[in-house]
Design a protein around this ligand. Structure first.
Ligand SMILES: Cc1cc2nc3c(=O)[nH]c(=O)nc-3n(C[C@H](O)[C@H](O)[C@H](O)COP(=O)(O)OP(=O)(O)OC[C@H]3O[C@@H](n4cnc5c(N)ncnc54)[C@H](O)[C@@H]3O)c2cc1C
Length: 413
């Protein structure tokens, strides 16, 4: 039987970082993960270079870049451990990074440098604190008894563990083939905590085969677009790249909007943002005899222009032979393309899982749940970030808040 201050379940971004910070504050930490590899999602993130945070995060206004039933819950943790703090840690370890696009920060060399940094942080325990890591090791059961100092008893594939507190850092359901499971949600339910129904987010959208047939030829084509969904003031709008696929749409624009999309509702696209296509086509008609598709190629990729005009015989003519009304309809169809996805590519392709442990069950200062000594951090919580480093920053900030809370709660016995 092993005794420890803290048992952390899940050695991903949040669990690994939490373990290091807690050990540096004098706690004995046992970190377990059922996967043989540590932090596999960090390794594959950002195309192998990990987009580990974003300079544009506004900790005072989490609703700008985070979704969930209550995004302001994230304010406390995001304000107390910021993107600048994490950049400072990277600097301290000499891990070089650069900004790519819209505040997104990536490792210069490889995501492995970031994983190695987190492992070194785990080795830097202080005041008697240390991290022991068991991998692969699965959690078979978890019981609580408030009659004992070590209130939690865990049965694991490496034997019984008694812990004063337990941190659940098992992430979401995305990418099951590298170890994602529903353990975090099951543990929450076991202790009577509410879970907001999980769903795939930052995920490609798919369409019925018959609806998609006219566009399938555009697979592989990328185009900067404006994309939106929903109604009213809260309507999110993104200007990003769109990627046509064989089954539907992907690319940063679609991944972003997918997190907001409600099944059965349409998404709206402007395929030529920044251009008044109606005015431009009417103007071109004054002096050009080009075919409409060739004229459109001034503002759109030629393959997109060709595929688009093939949809209506009224557009398959030269500019002078095309009535103004038909040019107007064409411009509108490109500027206000409305289409209803049949679904998403699901957890196999989703970068994150929206939903999760209801924030009303957790302390925003420490991430402790209503169940004393049981904490939830990272993606398992109902806080989901935009594409662009926001999800990792939530993992770092929530982990740091938790580790600090643990150190205050677990004074040496
Ligand atoms: C392809 C891809 C690319 C991404 N790129 C980025 C990016 O560039 N920037 C960004 O901010 N975010 C990115 N994300 C999202 C980001 O990886 C996650 O939000 C982040 O890893 C969440 O951290 P976490 O510690 O909560 O969960 P994870 O990092 O998923 O860690 C959870 C850990 O728990 C373990 N676990 C699960 N179930 C069990 C169980 N039953 N028993 C024991 N252990 C278990 C898992 O093996 C895993 O090690 C990407 C995600 C994917 C899938």
């Amino acid at each position: 039987m092993t005794q420890t201050d803290v048992l952390i379940v899940g050695a991903g971004a949040a669990g690994l970082f939490c373990a290091g910070v807690a050990a540096q504050q004098g706690l004995q930490v046992l970190l377990l993960d059922h996967s043989p590899k540590v932090a596999e999602k960090i390794r594959i993130s950002g195309g192998g270079r990990s987009n580990f945070t974003n300079k544009d995060i506004d900790p005072r206004a989490p609703h700008k870049h985070f979704l969930g039933e209550n995004p302001p819950f994230a304010r406390s943790a995001l304000s107390r451990y910021t993107a600048t703090d994490f950049m400072g840690l990277m600097d301290k370890h000499g891990v070089a990074f650069h900004e790519k696009h819209k505040g997104q920060l990536f490792c210069d060399r490889s995501a492995q440098d970031l994983i190695d940094m987190l492992l070194r942080e785990c080795e830097a325990g202080a005041m008697g604190g240390a991290v022991t890591r068991w991998q692969p090791c699965s959690l078979q059961s978890l019981q609580f008894s408030d009659a004992r100092a070590h209130g939690y008893t865990a049965q694991t594939s490496q034997g019984e563990v008694q812990a004063r507190a337990v941190v659940v850092a098992t992430g979401g359901l995305s990418i099951p083939k590298i170890g994602a499971t529903d353990l975090g949600y099951r543990l929450a339910s076991q202790f009577g905590l509410q879970v907001v129904t999980p769903r795939p987010a930052l995920v490609p959208l798919t369409f019925a085969a018959s609806d998609w047939q006219p566009f399938a030829a555009m697979a592989g084509l990328s185009q900067s677009v404006e994309i939106s969904t929903g109604m009213g003031k809260q309507r999110p709008v993104f200007e990003e790249d769109l990627l046509f696929t064989h089954r539907g749409l992907s690319g940063p624009a679609v991944l972003q909007i997918s997190s907001y999309w409600q099944p059965g509702t349409p998404i709206q696209l402007n395929l030529a943002p920044g251009h008044d296509l109606n005015a431009a086509l009417l103007e071109a008609k004054q002096h050009s005899k080009k075919h409409v598709a060739n004229a459109l190629a001034a503002w759109l990729p030629a393959r997109l222009a060709d595929t688009w005009v093939a949809r209506d015989s009224a557009w398959q003519r030269s500019l002078p032979d095309t009535p103004d009304k038909a040019l107007h309809t064409l411009a509108r169809s490109l500027g206000e393309w409305s289409l209803t996805p049949a679904g998403t590519e699901g957890y196999a392709k989703a970068e994150v899982t929206a939903g999760g442990v209801d924030t009303r069950e957790l302390s925003q200062q420490t991430m402790e749940s209503r169940q004393p000594g049981l904490y939830f951090i990272g993606e398992v919580v109902d806080i989901t970030g935009w594409l662009g480093g926001y999800n990792f920053q939530w993992a770092w900030s929530s982990a740091h808040a938790c580790a600090t809370g643990l150190a205050q709660r677990l004074k040496p016995l």
